[in-house]
Design a protein around this ligand. Structure first.
Ligand code: SF4
Ligand code: SF4
Length: 81
């Protein structure tokens, strides 16, 4: 399941540099996660790095991207080419 940044985002920029998939971009007014690139950090890290650093806990599951751990692993492999 990809993750989603909700309206509580303060655009602090903590999350963008820690994403191993470069899935986070600067939006207006809040930051945005590309669901086609977010693997919940599966493949790269033990847990979602963006959630670890977000000071306002505004990163949640994206209900439109219901993926299994296996699908997330495949997505990561595809992103790596
Ligand atoms: Fe990037 Fe991982 Fe956060 Fe997804 S969960 S946006 S891959 S840091
Ligand atoms: Fe927004 Fe949280 Fe990312 Fe900061 S770390 S830009 S508050 S989502």
């Amino acid at each position: 399941m990809a993750l989603l940044i909700n309206d509580a985002c303060t655009a602090c920029d903590a999350c963008k540099p820690v994403c191993p998939n470069e899935a986070i971009s600067v939006g207006d007014p809040i930051y945005v996660i590309d669901p086609l690139k977010c693997t919940e950090c599966v493949g790269a890290k033990d847990e979602p790095q963006c959630k670890l650093v977000c000071p306002v806990d505004c990163i949640v599951k994206n209900p439109d991207y219901d993926e299994t751990p296996e699908q997330l692993q495949e997505k990561y492999a595809a992103l790596r080419g």
